[in-house]
Design a protein around this ligand. Structure first.
Ligand code: GLN
Ligand code: ZN
Length: 762
């Protein structure tokens, strides 16, 4: 019998119950017991769904209160001293994640960064030579016991030891986190032994790090790790995903693990060699149902490719999702909006469970047993391709006609900079923000009433305008130099644009976890993209009419729109990015024509689209940077183009970032300021203006004057004063106005003092 399983299941609740429960708890509106209750129900829902779909193994350990890497680090006892100020285990995790919890001392949180090339964020554990590990605390055991009630074999999933060390932050100035491997392995071994005694049938250890480029030292660490863990507990399934692993084939065969999981969706070449990558006593877990796409699996094609594998491996073949279903929403069946031809193509987590069941049937009983399902799936694809808007001739023609001149500013940076300085007349160390101001309950209520038809379009417009006016007044009070309208009209920085553009569709409940309690509802790019009307011009114009200070126009860039949407699977990502870029180009030019002197095109997702393998990077960076330039190069030299990026690790894409040719870049850096200075401050640095984030907006705590002063000083030692901007490290929409009131005056005061100091020393 072929067995089926998922690598992980969504954990936010089908209707985001977990988000609400967490936020109530953080605000002190509910107890820990109430939170735990919601969490138990969410886990139970997932196991029941897996059981109902006939999956052979239920997956345990994929749940986390905030982030699974964080939970694992905490369970292993890898908790830096500053978080040990409370006895409430849950609060320790929340302190580590947010710097703040109902109990314990506020402090700075762990660094948060992207999980490989996804839009999920994990918290980077901190390691140093004094880090110790212990066998997982008992909190996982109770989840295992809960799952037992479902009467199926259980598989526990944990991030593998090598990936855990690789993803952490090594705080020592030399050496490597691998120094901790022996101790970590003892903790894993003790954990595995206990899981065995709890009756767990299998342990899935995720080592996605194997899908990245690794030095021999790290490969050896994998050998050491699995040599130690191979028979420490239940049989191990070693899982890799997200990219190519062809260079690990020999390694897989060498390891004393029971099975290897391969992502056959992201690593299509692996279909050729998968059967040879395992020994006779190992099984293959074939990741054939895409855990990162919302499209239905091409069942007949997948069946056709699986057949020879099944013939070769028989029972040693398991069918699985390519990666955890964390990256897709729960249930496409509850979606009622959008064209039926599109809805007919969707498969979210629950539908994917069913696809596993169908594929298993088709292999075991032959295609005839699932003929109706297979032909219905084929038909749904054909119906989508016939739908108007999927192919728009004018969009295709314009995209085909893009030439080099369209992707380059008319003049080189130095002459642009001079004209911009003349026009803007800013002081040294100009202050600004990244764009959004708090999304207040009042805005959300107005938007809801507008959507429900209780508020007229004019009424909604006035509500937005009054928010803009408020934000402008506040910014003038704070003494900022370059203002923003505050983005009150935006539910989300991608969804807002997707709503105004052609080619996008939306879900009602298609939420996925971005980090902690934050969920996103990615739009679906299902047709050709165009721009039937202005997107932001009237808000920018209105904001500019209220002040003499320059107001930055604020757009989301083509790569980020692409990256944070679910993208059609019949065009290359580069082609879709180009369509989006052309639409945005028209908006940038329209802002300029409306008198806006600065346009910021945010690309927070630029880094996250970077392929995991070095050899694939140059081509990504080339088309990604080209689409940014295509979107922005239509303006005159005196118009200043800004961009903004989050989530550090810029060093390895510095050239790609420079290639955007933006006049000013603001960067998230508050949690890793010194690294940024190294990446951009030395050896050529950033050749234009730069605003490294001066405080962490992800934490509710306001920065102190000394902290910001220190940041400015350290930035001044890395970047020339005439090219440095002073700003927070990201948008402020998740903060409250009182938090902003406490933070921004500190920022502007620090900038003012720095200017005075520099003027007297000059
Ligand atoms: N302009 C956006 C904002 O301020 C940028 C957000 C982001 O970088 N993620 O919210
Ligand atoms: Zn940001």
């Amino acid at each position: 019998m072929i067995s089926t399983h998922v690598l992980g299941f969504p954990r936010i609740g089908a209707f985001r119950e977990h988000k609400r429960a967490l936020e109530r708890y953080w605000k002190g509106e509910s107890s820990l017991a109430e939170l735990a209750d919601v969490q138990r129900q969410i886990r139970a829902f997932g196991w029941q769904a897996q059981k109902d779909a006939g999956l052979d193994l239920l997956t345990v350990g994929d749940f986390a209160a905030y982030d699974h890497v964080l939970t694992l680090a905490r369970r292993l006892g890898a908790v830096p001293r500053r978080f040990r100020t409370t006895d409430v285990t849950e609060d320790v995790e929340f302190l580590m994640a947010r710097g703040k919890a109902p109990t314990g001392q506020p402090t700075h949180a762990l660094e948060m960064t992207k999980w490989f090339d996804t839009n999920y964020h994990y918290l980077r554990p901190e390691f140093d030579r004094s880090t110790t590990f212990s066998a997982l605390d008992r909190s996982l055991d109770s989840e295992v016991l809960e799952a037992k009630a479902f009467d199926r074999s259980l598989k526990v999933v944990l991030v593998g030891p090598v990936t855990l060390l690789a993803l952490g932050r090594w705080l020592e100035s030399e050496g490597s986190p691998l120094e901790l491997l022996p101790a970590l392995l003892e903790a894993y071994a003790a954990t595995l032994a206990r899981l065995k005694s709890l009756g767990v049938a299998c342990v899935q250890l995720d080592e996605p790090i194997l899908a990245t480029d690794l030095s021999d030292e790290w490969i050896d660490a994998v050998r050491t790790a699995y040599g130690r863990l191979g028979d420490a507990g239940p049989p191990i399934l070693l899982a890799t995903y997200f990219a190519r692993t062809n260079d690990r084939r020999l390694l897989f065969r060498e390891l004393p693990v029971a099975g290897i999981h391969l992502d056959l969706c992201r690593d299509a070449e692996a279909w050729e060699w998968a059967a040879e990558a395992i020994r006779d006593d190992q099984y293959l877990s074939a990741g054939v149902v895409d855990g990162r796409s919302i499209w239905r699996t091409a069942l007949d094609e997948t069946h056709r490719r699986l057949k020879p594998l099944y013939a070769k491996l028989g029972d040693r073949l398991k069918l699985a999702t390519s990666c955890s279903l964390l990256h897709v929403p729960y249930d496409a069946a509850v979606e009622t909006e959008g064209p039926p031809a599109l809805r007919g193509r969707l498969a979210f987590a629950l539908q994917k469970l069913d696809e596993l069941r169908l594929l298993k049937r088709s292999l075991e009983l032959g295609e005839a047993a699932v003929r109706t399902e297979l032909s219905e799936e084929r038909e749904s694809r054909a119906a989508w391709q016939r739908e108007p808007g999927v192919l728009t001739a004018s969009v295709r023609r314009r995209a085909a006609a893009v030439d080099r001149a369209m992707t380059e500013r008319a003049e080189p940076y130095p002459s642009r900079a001079e004209q911009q300085a003349g026009r803007l007349n800013l002081p040294p160390l100009p202050t600004t923000t990244i764009g959004s101001f708090p999304q207040t309950d009042a805005i959300r209520a107005a938007r809801k009433r507008f959507i429900d038809g209780q508020l007229s379009p004019e009424g909604y417009e006035r509500a937005i305008e009054s928010e803009i006016a408020f934000a402008i007044r506040k910014q003038e009070e704070y003494g900022l130099d370059v203002l923003v309208h505050g983005e009150p009209e935006r539910n989300d920085m991608v969804e807002y644009f997707a709503e105004g553009l052609g080619g996008f569709a939306f879900t009602r409940f298609g939420w996925v976890q971005s980090y902690g309690s934050r969920c996103v509802k990615p739009p679906i790019i299902w047709g050709d993209v165009d721009r039937p009307q202005d997107l932001t011009v009237r808000w920018a114009k209105y904001a500019q009419s209220l002040t003499n200070a320059p107001v930055k126009g604020m757009l989301t860039g083509p790569v980020t729109i692409l990256q944070w949407s679910f993208v059609r699977d019949d065009l290359s990502r580069a082609d879709v990015a180009r369509q989006i870029a052309l639409a945005l180009r028209d908006e940038v030019v329209a802002l300029e024509a409306a008198g806006i002197a600065i346009v910021q095109v945010d690309e927070p997702a630029f880094r996250e689209g970077l392929p995991l393998r070095q050899e694939d990077r140059a081509s990504y960076l080339a088309w990604a940077a080209e689409s940014f330039r295509l979107a922005t190069a239509g303006v005159r030299s005196e118009t200043q183009i800004h961009t903004h990026m989050c989530y550090s690790d810029f060093g390895d894409i510095r050239d790609g970032i420079v290639a955007l040719d933006a006049d000013v870049i603001t960067l998230e850096a508050a949690r890793s300021h010194d690294e940024l200075a190294c990446e951009f401050g030395s050896a050529g640095g950033y050749p234009r203006e730069i605003g490294p984030g001066m405080y962490d907006i992800h934490s509710p705590n306001a920065p102190t004057l000394e902290e910001v002063e220190q940041r400015i000083d350290s930035a001044l030692s890395a970047f020339p004063i005439e090219r440095l901007w002073i700003n927070p490290d990201c948008g402020l929409k998740t903060r409250t106005w009182s938090e902003v009131d406490a933070a921004l005056p500190v920022l502007t005061l620090a900038a003012k003092q720095a200017r005075e100091r520099l003027a007297t020393t000059a």
